[in-house]
Design a protein around this ligand. Structure first.
Ligand code: CTP
Length: 399
């Protein structure tokens, strides 16, 4: 098995969609990491990015024609399909997914997907209605059953003006998924990590809950970044709308107490990162039956304190070697984070200022890492980048 990233090869199939431009950034990230990229550009893909820009970034020839004599003379399509460690399809259009699910082979991209004996990772990108169409849902299930791996799609505003799932995952997320799948040198290989993420939901009655605005984005990104460095990650997640990052096993929970039980079941682990916005309190007596409006406004709901998962993990007999907490603060960030470090007994607190508009639920974060050794302030950056840097810091701790 090759021992460094520089010996790894990706066959990158670029389908035809507005997201194709992101394949250029993905190529740049892979090349920067020393991974070789051999691009296949579909005819539709070439309507969105030029072979020249793809070839310049990949520093390789772009393959596009199945019946091209020069291409076939240099490398036959069967050989091409097996020349890589991993085949990545980004963007994976509805058409490419349908062809692959149906086993069609009428162009170079689909032939390659049928002929390959290597793992395949798809990053779907399409209009929300196409993504939710019964045919695509069927194709996705077929491909998953065939062992195809997926990253994304994300939910958000689309180029066509609609909103919903279907936006291709960001290049950084696809890059991480690739790193998580490829075998190679991974500083956290053999280490187990548990990550809590998202909000918790505390039942008032069978239909009503007490919850908060956490999106889970930062926790999910951290779980993905740790997996990309080789850790075996259990992501214990409250209710979110996010797909599990590649290579991560996810345990879905609702309440703080369920989250604690799942965390304890995930021990022993070397690393714990508690990112979840755990509800501090829960209704003392959740009603087993729906509270009816006709009964009038309920009495004030009595609340009782939830277990502090971070504090309990920090003093567990099986305490992970590194326990990291988060602190969402609106004021006195550093003083509060420092106090929290002492109170919870963890090793680091990643403090973030949630008073900054767009932090909660948004894509960016400005954090400071507080430990017994001091404080380190990081500039504002994408949550995915915060996750990567934090994972690197954690890996350095275990080096
Ligand atoms: N946390 C936890 N279990 C709880 C409450 C918090 O594991 N019941 C963890 C969070 O996942 C986070 C850290 O503790 O890593 C700090 O959470 P935060 O809400 O900022 O702190 P609190 O302890 O709730 O303090 P306060 O609300 O007073 O800021």
């Amino acid at each position: 098995m090759p021992s460094t990233w520089t010996e790894k090869r990706i066959l990158l199939i670029v389908g035809g969609g507005i997201a194709a431009y992101k394949a250029l950034e993905l190529t740049r990230l892979l090349r920067k990491a020393g991974v070789a990229v051999r691009p296949i550009l579909t005819q539709a893909g070439a309507e969105f990015v030029t072979p020249l820009s793809l070839s310049a970034l990949a520093e390789d020839k772009v393959y596009s024609e199945i019946f091209s004599l020069t291409d076939e003379a240099e490398m036959g399509h069967i050989e091409l399909s097996r020349s890589a460690d991993l085949v990545v399809v980004a963007p994976a259009t509805a058409d490419l997914m349908a062809k692959a699910a149906g086993g069609l082979a009428n162009d170079l991209a689909s032939t390659t997907l049928l002929a390959t004996d290597k793992p395949v990772l798809m990053a779907p990108a399409m209009n929300v209605r196409m993504w939710l169409h019964a045919a695509t849902v069927r194709n996705l299930a077929t491909l998953e059953a065939d062992g195809v791996l997926f990253v994304g799609p994300d939910e958000g505003a689309m180029a066509c003006g609609e909103y919903g799932p279907g936006r291709m995952a960001e290049p950084a997320a696809i890059f991480e998924a690739i790193m998580a799948i490829l075998p190679g040198v991974r500083p956290l290989a053999g280490k187990r990590a548990l990550v809590t993420a998202g909000p918790t939901a505390e039942a008032i009655d069978p239909v009503r809950v007490l919850t908060n605005r956490s999106s889970g984005k930062q926790g999910y990104a951290i779980a993905g970044a740790l997996a990309a460095l080789g850790a075996e990650v259990v992501l214990i997640s409250g209710p979110t709308a996010l797909p599990a990052p590649a290579g991560v096993s996810r345990v879905d929970v609702e309440s703080a107490r369920e989250m604690l039980t799942a965390c304890e079941a995930a021990l022993p682990a070397e690393i714990a990162v508690c990112v979840a916005a755990v509800a501090d309190w829960r209704p003392a007596d959740a009603s087993g039956r729906k509270l009816k409006k006709s009964a009038g406004a309920p009495e004030p709901i009595a609340l009782v304190e939830n277990p502090d998962i971070l504090a309990l993990l920090s003093k567990d007999v099986r305490r992970p070697r590194l326990v990291v907490g988060f602190a969402a603060e609106t004021h006195d960030l550093e003083a509060n984070a420092r106090a929290k470090l002492g109170r919870k007994g963890c090793d680091w607190i990643v403090a973030n200022d949630v008073s900054v508009a767009g932090t909660m639920g948004g894509d960016d974060n400005a954090v400071a890492i507080v430990s017994a050794g001091g404080i380190e302030r990081w500039e504002r950056m994408a949550k995915a980048e915060v996750a990567r840097r934090l994972a690197q810091r954690i890996a350095a701790e275990f080096a």
